[in-house]
Structures are given as structure tokens and as C-alpha cells.
Write a protein that binds this ligand. Structure first.
Ligand code: AHN
Ligand code: ZN
Length: 328
């Protein structure tokens, strides 16, 4: 019987202040009602990943990209969010102009206390890490690199439609995260990754936007994933890593959320920390000791549904839900 019971302690203080004074009864509530965290549906999250992949690669300026954006907005609205999108023209390091869209879904927008959840919804235009060089200019499906984090957040959104959190939640789906320097270039071009979040972190959807903290989900779907304490997150927001990793451990996921430091990953959270001063962590399957840091499918044409495990999505989703429903 794991159900948590909430107790309302009624303390009767019989204050007898000497003869002649009336007896007073004081009622004191000394325990908080227990929080009920909804059950994360991993099959639903898995299907949300599949639905994005079914559009094909979601590369800026493509019809598939536009169609997926429209679908994401419709989905989030259907869960009761107030959705605003930033339709922006960004310039890639190649000089290409990208028609990009940051999709911002606000739950309980009137609330001052807020937490930000984010992921990137675009997929990489080039499979530049593919073992076959003839694929190096082909776009990727990005089932794990992109769609997995969005899939988890869509399921979180669905849960928010069924049971609200105490605080307000913003789900932001960033565009153009993965248009960063092609591997064939001699050197990485500074700030070529995470163009959508760079824009939003400079010009948020609301003036003076504030959230207590942020959680970025990137590459969270592979079987056997391990999430280390990513370096940038550790530097700006170690207390948020503590909060999330301890929640994961209490759910029994300490072997997946590993409480030791991993490498540094330049990702959307960097700019949120840097420009907005909102402590933001990255939950990302990155292992500094592995061959390319990510996995054999990463930035290849193999990043498809075969690399998505509903068990991994479940561990991430349950952890995120436990964190946000316990926020007051
Ligand atoms: C770098 O490779 C420098 N950053 C990777 C960020 C990323 C790409 N996340 C997903 N795809
Ligand atoms: Zn990528």
C-alpha cells in the first residue's frame, strides 16, 4: 500500500489561563496535503515521438517542418495551453535564412511562480556523422535527437490538461537547434547551434519573463540511456540537478540519472542561463567517454524509431512530473 495518506492534525490547545478565563480551542493544520503525481503514460509519449517522425525530417524551410509545427501548436492548444509562437527569420552560419518557429505553450499563464520545460523540435539538416559519406548532406529523422524530448513534453502537456500543477508551467519547443556547424568544416562556428533558443533568450515572448528554473530535454529516448550531470548545467544550476537527480533516485532511477559529472554540451540551456539568468539544466544522453559523446545513431540517418525506448521515455517523464507536481 504505497498510497500516501494526508493527515490533518487537529491540535486542541486547551488554554487555561487561570480561574475566570474562558477555555479556548485552537485548530492548527500542521501537515501539508500529500501531492498526487499523475502517472506518466510512456506509450502515449512514444506515439508522440512517432507522430513527429512520421512528418519526415523537420528541417527549417521545408514543408514537413511547417506541417509539424502546425501539428505541435494544435496539440498543445488542445491540452488547454495558451500557445504563442515566435515566427522568426534566423541566419544560419551558412548564411542561409531560416524561417523558424519557437512554440511557447503557457499553462496557467496568470501564475507568477513558473517552471520552464523545453526541447528542440527541429531535426538536423545533415547526417554528417553517418558512416556512409554519401549521407553527409542528407537530413535526419531525429527520432531521438529532437523528437524524444518533445514527445515527453507533449505527454506532460496532456497530463497538465487532466490535472493542473500548483505553479504555472511553460513548455517551449525551440527551433533551429540542430543547424550547427557541419562536421566537414575545419572549425566549429561560434554560436552556430541553438539559434531558436538564442533568439528567445534575448527576446522572450513576454517582457521580464521569469521562471524559477528550467529543464531542457534533449536526446532522451535511447534504450540504456545514461544521464550524467552535464557540465554547463552543473556550473549554472547544480541545485536544480540535485533536485531532479534526487527525485529520479527516489523513483528508483539512480542507474539512469547518474550522480556524477559528464562532459559539457553546447545546447539550448546555455543561452537561457547566459542571457536570462534562469538556472536551466540539460537532461541529455551524453557520455564524454564514448566515441562521439552521444551514440552510434547520432547525426546519422539511423536516428529513427528503432532508437526509441518507452522505458527510457518513462523514466524521464516520471521524473519531470514528480518534480513539477511537487513545486509550490
Ligand atoms: C555540439 O555538438 C557542440 N552540441 C550538440 C548539441 C546538440 C546537437 N544536441 C542535439 N544535437
Ligand atoms: Zn543534434
Amino acid at each position: 500500500m504505497k498510497k500516501i495518506l494526508s493527515f490533518l492534525f487537529v491540535i486542541l490547545l486547551l488554554a487555561s489561563c487561570g480561574a475566570g478565563t474562558a477555555k479556548k480551542t485552537k485548530i492548527v493544520e500542521s501537515a501539508e496535503p500529500a501531492v498526487v503525481v499523475p502517472k506518466f503514460n510512456a506509450d502515449s509519449a512514444y506515439n508522440f515521438v512517432g507522430a513527429q517522425v512520421a512528418f519526415g525530417p523537420r528541417v527549417p524551410n521545408s514543408a514537413e517542418h511547417r506541417a509539424c509545427a502546425d501539428w505541435l501548436e494544435t496539440k498543445l492548444r488542445s491540452y488547454g495551453a495558451e500557445v504563442v509562437s515566435q515566427n522568426i527569420e534566423l541566419t544560419a552560419y551558412t548564411g542561409e535564412r531560416l524561417n523558424a518557429r519557437n512554440i511557447i505553450a503557457q499553462f496557467q499563464p496568470q501564475k507568477k511562480k513558473r517552471v520552464l520545460l523545453c526541447a528542440h523540435w527541429d531535426s538536423r539538416p545533415w547526417a554528417d556523422a553517418d558512416p556512409d559519406p554519401s549521407n553527409h548532406r542528407k537530413p535526419i529523422l531525429g527520432a531521438n535527437d529532437g523528437a524524444s524530448g518533445v514527445g515527453v513534453l507533449l505527454e506532460v502537456a496532456r497530463q497538465l490538461s487532466l490535472q493542473p500543477t500548483e505553479i504555472g508551467i511553460d513548455i517551449i519547443l525551440f527551433d533551429a537547434e540542430d543547424y550547427g556547424t557541419h562536421a566537414s568544416e575545419e572549425a566549429t562556428v561560434d554560436n552556430s547551434w541553438a539559434l531558436g533558443s538564442q533568439y528567445w533568450a534575448r527576446i522572450p515572448h513576454k517582457q521580464n519573463y521569469y521562471a524559477r528554473y528550467g529543464i531542457l530535454l534533449d536526446i532522451v529516448g535511447a534504450p540504456g540511456s545514461r544521464f550524467y550531470r552535464e557540465g554547463i548545467s552543473e556550473r549554472y544550476a547544480s541545485h536544480i540537478i540535485d533536485k531532479v537527480w534526487s527525485r529520479a533516485a527516489s523513483l528508483g532511477y539512480a542507474d539512469t540519472f547518474i550522480n556524477s559529472e559528464g562532459g559539457y554540451v553546447t545546447d539550448d540551456h546555455l543561452y537561457i542561463n547566459h542571457y536570462l539568468n534562469i538556472p536551466c539544466i540539460d537532461i541529455i544522453n551524453h557520455d564524454a567517454d564514448s566515441e562521439n559523446g552521444f551514440g552510434p545513431y547520432w547525426h546519422t540517418i539511423k536516428d529513427d524509431m528503432d532508437w526509441i525506448s518507452s522505458e527510457t521515455l518513462k523514466m524521464v517523464g516520471e521524473t519531470v512530473l514528480a518534480v513539477i507536481y511537487n513545486e509550490k
